[in-house]
Design a protein around this ligand. Structure first.
Ligand code: PGA
Length: 251
């Protein structure tokens, strides 16, 4: 049985005080959400304060990117161990916005995942096709490319700390959610790929989140799909009441 994992991806939103205020607003009702792992991916500058505010709660804090070197002359970068130092337990790697706007490639994704795992972070690795790729009928090809190359060289042991997030780019921030059937189809395809690469046991235990306009009113039917194990949620994770409903999807 895979435990559900709902993570907010706040992207470039919320100041330090807004972040802490949010956690103080939701922590009581989120405490009642059992059987689900809960996370928030926040901007770098707020991580330490946010992690401090989450101490003693069931909310884990993560970053939205990291670099693969430990230290040195890499202006502007943040190392995985520094994220742990700030109180993070996970990091989101390879989000489509980083691939589209910041030159992230499968190769950099792979290096970052390995560095993050080596430092002791858990990883959410994102994959997913653009609208034009879906229309051209190459969704599986694109997703396979992200999975095979992004996870290249990882061991079965390391995969215990990896969650995959399938996020069709055309569904992100557009209000246009993939139908539960569309999500399930790609999730099952991804699980099949994981089986080919890592074997049956790993394929059955790795969690695959769906991302792309997940909201309180569609989270239940998405989560009901056999291969959908959680959500990576942008817009709908920014408001306390909506976040509370998302993590309490099972009630
Ligand atoms: P969205 O973003 O929920 O606002 O569509 C999801 C994501 O980009 O992770």
């Amino acid at each position: 049985m895979r435990r559900a994992f709902i993570a907010g991806n706040w992207k470039l939103n919320k100041t330090i005080s807004e972040s802490v205020e949010f956690v103080n607003a939701v922590k009581a009702s989120v405490a009642g959400a059992t059987g689900v792992d809960i996370g928030i991916g926040a901007q770098f500058a707020a991580l330490k304060s946010l992690a401090d505010a989450c101490k003693g709660t069931n909310i884990k804090i993560g970053a939205q990117d990291c670099y693969w070197e430990e230290s040195g002359a890499f202006t502007g970068e943040v190392a995985p161990a520094m994220l742990i130092d700030a109180g993070c337990s996970f990091v989101i790697i390879g989000h489509s916005e980083r691939r589209q706007f910041f030159g992230e490639t499968n190769e950099t994704v792979n290096r970052k995942i390995k560095a993050a795992l080596a430092a002791g972070l858990e990883v959410i690795m994102c994959c997913g096709e653009m609208l034009e790729e879906r229309e051209r009928g190459v969704t599986n090809k694109v997703v396979k490319d992200h999975i095979v190359n992004g996870l290249a060289g990882l061991t079965v042991e390391q995969m215990k700390k990896v969650t995959v997030a399938y996020e069709p780019v055309w569904a992100i921030g557009t209000g246009k959610t993939a139908t539960p059937a569309q999500a399930q189809e790609v999730h099952a395809f991804i699980r099949g790929l994981l089986k080919e690469i890592f074997g049956e046991a790993t394929a059955q235990s790795v969690r695959i989140q769906y991302g792309g306009s997940v909201k309180p009113d569609n989270v239940k039917e998405l989560m009901a799909q056999p291969d959908v194990d959680g959500g990576l949620v942008g817009g709908a994770s920014l408001k306390p009441d909506s976040f509370e409903k998302l993590v309490n999807f099972g009630k």
